[in-house]
Design a protein around this ligand. Structure first.
Ligand SMILES: NC(=O)c1ccc[n+]([C@@H]2O[C@H](COP(=O)([O-])OP(=O)(O)OC[C@H]3O[C@@H](n4cnc5c(N)ncnc54)[C@H](OP(=O)(O)O)[C@@H]3O)[C@@H](O)[C@H]2O)c1
Length: 352
């Protein structure tokens, strides 16, 4: 028996990625789709006509499903056990708690609950222990079956996954990260073509704050009724929008308390893997490229079916200890693929 699931914001960039990745998923069956009032009452195929982003055509069986409103919570409750939320933060603010209160598990891509102390911000390879927060959250809120988990900002995976196993062993003190983020990260239609063509925009609203705060929550510990942020590393982020369709690149400089060698870092990356056997886990989690000009978004974003992190250019840093470049696919590892990986973890740990 597969677990029936729904997607809120199913017609958007991330929602469409969920739809494609949930077809033939071994654990989940897609049975509920919701979007804005403009899409409600249309079939999914009608709602995404002219803005379907998949390489293959919209799957026929899904195209025939009717799109509901996000306020159709009673229908969602009848149709599914978990919803993947791919709506904006202001819509998430209104609805995600209502879904959880009604008894549904919510796996959110929106930023709204990332700062909520009793909501875990999950990356299965990094902080699966924060799943314990779900029981505390249910107790805090008086929810019986429902709960909310979120995944972090779409650029974070590219550097937090390589940095985590190093942090565990050598303890990061200071971190500077400079992100070059693809246009699909802004949704559809997103940034106007006149703004982004032949250009780089050195500002993405709220992104630097999220990049400096979320890693500390992910590295934090459960304390009483919430998650206490880690005290270190000290982080400075610079976030840019660049004319790339998919794939967020990050240049990282990092300082450690204990000093690793380059060989130790490469050895740790080559063996670091997800501690759970989950269907969406890539065979090789961190792909290290030896070439001096990699990773590159166009060449490397689909590594591990979009779920691997590609790293390159590991070298000494004259200011901190080491610097490197990392890349992940923002709408797969950084959004729908990462969300499904979280849901697979929920299944494997008996939370659904
Ligand atoms: N794009 C990325 O790489 C990425 C990565 C990680 C996280 N995220 C987060 O994921 C969420 C979705 O991003 P996206 O890029 O997919 O955005 P998007 O392409 O703009 O899609 C937004 C979705 O929300 C729906 N929606 C809009 N207004 C609504 C309303 N009032 N009530 C209900 N549904 C409404 C839209 O439905 P209609 O089509 O009917 O308008 C559409 O399905 C955001 O919170 C974003 O921050 C995005």
């Amino acid at each position: 028996m597969k677990i029936p699931v729904g997607v809120l914001g199913a017609t958007g960039i991330v929602g469409q990625q969920y739809v494609q990745r949930l077809i033939n998923h071994p654990f989940f069956e897609l049975s509920f789709l919701a979007a804005s009032p403009e899409s409600v009452g249309k079939t999914y195929a009608q709602a995404v006509e002219g803005r379907w982003h998949g390489h293959d055509a919209c799957p026929k069986a899904i195209g025939a499903l009717l799109v509901h409103g996000v306020d159709d919570i009673a229908i969602a409750l009848r149709e599914c056990r978990l919803v993947f939320s791919a709506v904006s933060a202001d819509v998430a603010k209104i609805y995600e708690e209502r879904y959880a209160e009604a008894g549904l598990a919510v796996m959110s891509n929106a930023s709204y609950h990332r700062g909520t102390p009793d909501v875990p911000v999950l990356i299965p390879e990094v902080n699966a222990d924060h799943l314990q927060m779900i029981r505390i959250q249910q107790k805090n809120r008086g929810w019986q079956r429902g709960f909310i988990v979120v995944k972090p900002n779409c650029s974070l995976q590219s550097y937090m996954i390589p940095l985590f196993p190093l942090h565990r062993q050598f303890h990061m003190k200071r971190l500077i990260v400079n992100t070059l983020q693809a246009v699909s990260g802004a949704g559809f239609p997103g940034v106007s073509s006149l703004t982004i063509s032949d250009n780089v925009v050195p500002f993405i609203a709220g992104e630097e704050e999220k990049s400096e705060d979320e890693p500390l929550k992910i590295l934090g510990v459960i304390q009483g009724e919430g998650i206490e942020h880690a005290k270190s590393p000290m982080i400075a982020a610079h976030c840019h929008r660049v004319p790339v369709i998919d794939g967020h690149l990050a240049s990282v400089s990092v300082e450690f308390e204990k000093k690793p060698t380059r060989e130790e870092i490469l050895q740790i990356w080559s063996t670091f893997s997800c501690p759970y056997a989950l269907p969406s886990s890539p065979d090789q989690l961190i792909v290290y490229r030896q070439e001096s000009d990699r990773p590159q978004p166009r060449l490397d974003r689909m590594a591990g079916r979009g779920m691997a992190i590609t790293v390159g250019r590991l070298r000494c840093c004259p200011v901190f200890d080491f610097r490197f470049t990392a890349l992940s696919h923002n709408t797969i590892r950084g959004a729908a693929g990462g969300g499904i990986l979280n849901a697979e973890l929920l299944v494997s740990e008996n939370f659904l």
